[in-house]
Design a protein around this ligand. Structure first.
Ligand SMILES: C[S@@+](CC[C@H](N)C(=O)[O-])C[C@H]1O[C@@H](n2cnc3c(N)ncnc32)[C@H](O)[C@@H]1O
Length: 266
């Protein structure tokens, strides 16, 4: 798997700088105090004041630091050295206390030996995981007894459609087991940006697999919610609305595009 991780890491190093200057990520507004966590996540995770929070695959840390602004004691982990460098410098510049660790998420148990009130991940993390069961074991291991695991993510249905098509057109199988080699043009936040690394590896995980693995790790499911709006445009006709999500025209919400899960450790 080393080859696949190496290519993905190079792409994320490049995407970090592209994303950091993109309109989509809005770093200037964040520096001025804007909280980057959407209302859905904030309400479902609940009050974090004084709690310890582990953010898995934190990118360059704006969401992690947003949790810290709400009072959480945060640790963010990502395997992109560039992302962790930028996250650390944002924490220093804005004087928001945070700890950022550069590690492949699969190696984290070798680096970190503590447990957290909240283990959190969101939007665009599980498609980078070759082994979801192992990832879930690791996430669960870091939850304190009485603490929770929370994931808000693109619904696995979202990945099976043709992104170029004007309406729902099937392209990939829902039950895709092999990795997919994806060709990239720019980043999802700026398709015009120049890239050296132009392909990456991604994996599909079904909702059945996800829920089964949460429960297999002794976490008690509080909810699994599904929403008919996306966290980024998967079709050219989608538009961003005031809720921060991407919607299809004419209120078309026939298919789930985002899901969220919250589960508790006894
Ligand atoms: C889309 S970002 C998710 C964060 C957040 N939703 C955001 O947009 O800021 C996905 C992150 O996963 C990280 N990542 C991918 N594979 C990883 C791995 N095996 N170990 C640790 N981090 C990984 C990437 O470097 C990237 O920062």
């Amino acid at each position: 798997m080393e080859e696949e991780f190496k290519m993905n890491r190079s792409l994320w190093d490049e995407w970090t700088d592209i994303n950091a200057r993109s309109k989509m990520y809005g770093m200037e507004a964040f520096k001025q105090g804007e909280n980057k966590l959407d209302a859905l996540i904030r309400s479902e995770v609940g009050d974090v004041a004084g709690k310890t929070l582990l953010h898995m695959q934190c990118h360059f840390g704006m969401d992690t630091l947003s949790w810290a602004r709400l009072g959480a004691r945060v640790t963010g982990v990502d395997f992109s050295p560039r992302a962790i460098e930028l996250a650390t410098s944002l924490s220093r510049e804005l004087e928001i206390p945070a700890r950022f660790l550069c590690s492949n998420i699969y190696d984290l148990p070798e680096l970190l030996d503590e447990q957290f009130d909240i283990v959190f991940a969101s939007y665009g993390v599980i498609n980078w995981l070759p082994d979801f069961p192992r990832w879930m074991e690791i996430a669960a291991r870091f939850v304190k007894p009485g603490g929770c695991f929370y994931l808000a993510e693109g619904h696995p249905i979202m990945w099976i459609f043709d992104e170029e098509a004007e309406s729902w057109t099937l392209k990939y199988p829902y039950f895709q087991k092999e990795f997919m080699v994806c060709e990239e043009q720019g980043s999802y936040a700026d398709r015009t940006a120049e890239l050296q690394t132009t392909s990456c590896y991604q994996w599909q995980h079904t909702l059945g697999e996800i829920v089964t693995e949460v429960c297999r790790n002794d976490l008690r499911l509080e909810f699994l919610h599904e929403f008919g709006r996306g966290f980024f445009p998967i079709m050219p006709t989608m538009r961003e609305e005031d809720d921060g999500f991407w919607h299809l025209p004419d209120g078309d919400d026939r298919l789930p595009l985002v899901f969220s899960i919250k589960a508790w450790k006894k």
